[in-house]
Design a protein around this ligand. Sequence first.
Ligand SMILES: *Cc1c(COP(=O)(O)O)cnc(C)c1O
Length: 390
Amino acid sequence: MEMFLKRAYAEIHLDRARRNMDKIKSLLKDGSELAVVVKANAYGHDDESMALCFQEAGVRWFAVSNIHEAQRLRRCGIQGEILILGYTAPEYAGELSKDRLISTVVSMEHAEALSQEAVQRNVQVRCHGAVDSGMGRIGVPASPPEQCAQELTRISRLPGMKLEGIFTHFACADSGSPEDQEYTRAQRDSFLRACELLKQNGVELEHCHFCNSAGGTYYADGRSTLARFGVMLYGLCPNPELELPFPLEQVMELKAEVSQVKWVEKGAYLSYGRTYQAQEPRRIATVTIGYADGYSRLLSSKGEILLHGKRAPVVGRVCMDQLLADVTGIPEAKAGDIATLIGQDGLERITADDLAARYGTIGYEVVCGISKRIPRIIMDGDKILRVLEY
Ligand SMILES: *Cc1c(COP(=O)(O)O)cnc(C)c1O
């Protein structure tokens, strides 16, 4: 077993990710293939480990945010298709082509600039055209559909460019409100209308896709040739208030060591700013993790940790490298214990989604925010496969 500093670390459980993936696959309708989204270091879970794990399980489509992430995947042995979901500057045309990457085209101007660079370098750039059907972020406007189809047709005929697909992105597929559901269906329908017109223009595309995790779960559709699942692979919910058809297993567990346990007197102040004062004698544990590790300072006096299968509240301000928890109710607590910040301990569990709700964000941000100071311990069952220090 490799050694690593036990101060604070994240366990990444590949077997759980595989089981999540199998459940997700059961949602796919005929005609729809899973594309695993491993952007942002696989939402903090280590992109290489996750991508290789999915590749071994038969996945052929990978999606990332930028060319740097895409090249990392190629270098570690990902052989399937790699779609870059975000913007790639035209000067990378040569590198896109060399690594057989698929670039998103975010606008007509972007397409023309990419085409020019590709022609200059005598390469061909594979691309998927983004269609803006209501997210307002990137893409050719979906409406009016005739104009949308016309622009995409022009893109498909640009020299040096190979338009292989188009896609759109939902703004609120994770919402249960009827207005949002109507909005999502309208997004889908205007996108599909553009696809149809494009076909009538004689533009044959291998791929038209629109589903993310929420889309693929609540609007599963075989007409989306790819289903771009991200967050659910890692065991988080697109929207914790909406039920999923099955339980998922959280892939990441965040742990840290207890450095000291002590009694403090009634009236004692704890941590920066003296925001917490003990109302009676309390037993306090110091835990070796802080906001520089990605445990948000917004969790000051709001977070909870698990120790010996019990919950203990975070008291006072979270510091850069340490935090304090009230373990008065946990007599077994002692220096050297391992506390769970995210994960399961006995019957108690803290999910990234729970933590997010405590400080007004989403689980996505919690896991993406786990910093590179935290070693990732890649595990399969109880077995440690490797330890990654960034
Ligand atoms: C991030 C992203 C996804 C994955 O979203 P999840 O909600 O994590 O499933 C899918 N498509 C696009 C375009 C994205 O940017």
